[in-house]
Write a protein that binds this ligand. Structure first.
Ligand code: FE
Length: 222
């Protein structure tokens, strides 16, 4: 009973550990949890190395660990509508540290949201937004497991703000949630009045191929 884990934690374990270790860590909560196809450490490492992080499929919902709704935040001055649909924002001329952010979109009653729209935008490596075109801007839709994958670079900082990624997320025919994602251990987090620790990406890898992070969004719909 002392191994109570939230689903968010389950997912972190699943992504951070080879499956056998994750299963061991889950203890009594393993019932009802099925892991993705990689059932050995090698497969997990390979999948991560080629940029396809292995996540647990949608966990079974209990009634003792409901999610908290993702915090809404300001849109800021640099949103551009009608972005291209794409999961990778990488293109010629973009420099910086590669970053993959992946995770799920859920409702508060633990249901994965299929075809949720997520529209991302952020500054370049130098902290500058493209306000004329769509560089480092793009939208995508979650799959039937509620999963999204974003391939991009780590944004630069700019005056007054810590490192962050803006986004809008919307379940079909539901209100838009506008918010921002942050990075752990950033010195500017403390002085940024908008920063909130509940919106920090869980960075689980910092390898030669770039950073890999995880974040689950929870929308206030049931
Ligand atoms: Fe910004």
């Amino acid at each position: 009973m002392n191994t109570k884990l939230t689903r968010r934690r389950l997912q972190q374990l699943a992504i951070a550990l080879p499956a056998p270790l994750a299963l061991a860590a889950l203890g009594h909560r393993t019932a009802g949890i099925a892991f993705a196809q990689s059932d050995d450490a090698t497969a997990t490492a390979e999948a991560t190395a080629v940029g396809t992080p292995v996540l647990a499929p949608t966990p079974t919902c209990g009634d003792d660990d409901d999610f908290d709704v993702t915090l809404e935040q300001t849109e800021g001055p640099y949103y551009t509508p009608n972005t291209p649909e794409r999961t990778s924002l990488l293109e010629d001329g973009i420099t910086g540290t590669k970053l993959t952010v992946t995770g799920y979109v859920y409702s508060t009653d633990c249901q994965p949201i299929d075809k949720a729209l997520i529209d991302f935008w952020h500054a370049d490596d130098a902290g500058v937004y493209d306000n004329e075109g769509f560089r480092l801007r793009g939208h995508q839709f979650t799959d039937e497991d509620g999963r999204y994958d974003l391939e991009t670079i780590v944004p630069g900082v700019y005056t007054g703000r810590t490192r962050h990624i803006h986004l809008k997320v919307q379940a079909p025919d539901q209100p838009v949630l506008t918010t921002q994602l942050y990075f752990p251990d950033e010195p500017e987090n403390e002085s940024d009045g908008i920063f909130d620790p509940s919106l920090v990406i869980d960075l689980v890898d910092d390898g030669v191929k770039g950073k890999l992070g995880f974040f689950t969004f929870v929308l206030d719909i049931a």
